[in-house]
Ligand binder design. Structure first.
Ligand code: NDP
Length: 245
């Protein structure tokens, strides 16, 4: 399938994990992909593998985000925005610091807002576009993740509002909410709680109806579907990618 031939995609947090798999999937179907990430070396490495472009970008910075959108728009268009940049700073509420709260809200919620606001400019002009914002099952609540859960639930509200405001310009906005996906982020959680990543994955698999944890490519395929014309009448939705209900 070459569903994205001639299209330009901007993927935040695309250096590794879900963002890198998404960037690779979009590129494999013909998109020119610009990867915007904090991790410049990782972004460059991923971009080189897929024939895309890397830009260093902190999604909490308006200037950085606008520069990333401008870089992607140098192709003359911006068709796809996927927001994957993310961090975790888990702790129980009574031990969660102001900094832990602010860092997570700022990266996920402000970062997604800044990215969507910047991307809507060229998309409104060309009267088409698709945004996929990465949320999480944690949006439904998760012990030790007050900051992350609040941000990920907020991203769902943001996507629904974007779908209402931008639909008349031919722009769709949806969320993908993954469950346990094998990435550096889940490896970090295993390390924090003091179990091996293998044991952590086995425990995650045991709690999942499909009997396994997810891989970044499991998410990338759904993101690609939502970005594509196959989802041309789907907007304002949240698709859970969690191996179960
Ligand atoms: P990774 O840690 O593998 O990748 C996240 C990327 O985002 C990293 O390259 C990271 O750079 C980058 N990043 C962090 N902060 C910023 C910032 N301020 N500006 C730009 N880039 C930044 O995570 P995942 O692939 O697992 O996660 C991708 C998304 O999916 C996140 O939004 C996450 O919350 C979400 N998600 C993940 C799940 C999972 O199980 N893995 C489940 C549900 C949702 P650096 O490494 O330098 O910090």
């Amino acid at each position: 399938m070459r569903r994205f031939e001639g299209q330009t995609a901007l993927v935040t947090g695309g250096a590794k994990g879900i963002g890198a798999a998404t960037a690779a999937r979009l590129a494999s179907e013909g998109a020119h992909v610009v990867i915007a990430d904090f991790d410049e070396a990782g972004a460059t490495e991923t971009a080189e593998k897929i024939g895309g472009r890397a830009v260093r970008c902190d999604v909490t910075s308006r200037e950085d985000v606008e520069a990333a959108v401008a870089a992607a728009s140098e192709t003359g268009r911006l068709d796809i925005l996927v927001t994957c940049a993310g961090i975790i700073r888990d702790n129980l509420l009574h031990k969660m610091s102001d900094d832990d709260w602010d860092a997570v809200i700022s990266t996920h919620l402000r970062g997604t807002f800044l990215s969507a606001r910047a991307a809507q400019g060229p998309m409104v002009e060309q009267k088409s576009g698709s945004m996929v914002l990465i949320s999480s099952v944690s949006a439904l609540g998760n012990r030790g993740q007050a900051n992350y859960s609040a941000a990920k639930a907020g991203i769902q509200g943001l996507a629904k509002t974007l779908s209402l405001e931008l639909g008349r310009f031919g722009i769709r906005a949806n969320c993908v909410a993954p469950g346990f996906i094998v990435t550096a982020m889940t490896a970090q959680t295993a390390e924090r709680i003091g179990v091996s990543f293998e044991d952590f994955q086995a425990a995650g698999a045991a709690q999942t109806p499909l009997g396994r944890v997810g891989q970044p490519e499991d998410v990338a395929g759904v993101v690609a579907f939502l970005c594509s014309d196959d989802a041309s009448y789907v907007s304002g939705q949240v698709v859970y990618v969690r191996g179960g209900p």
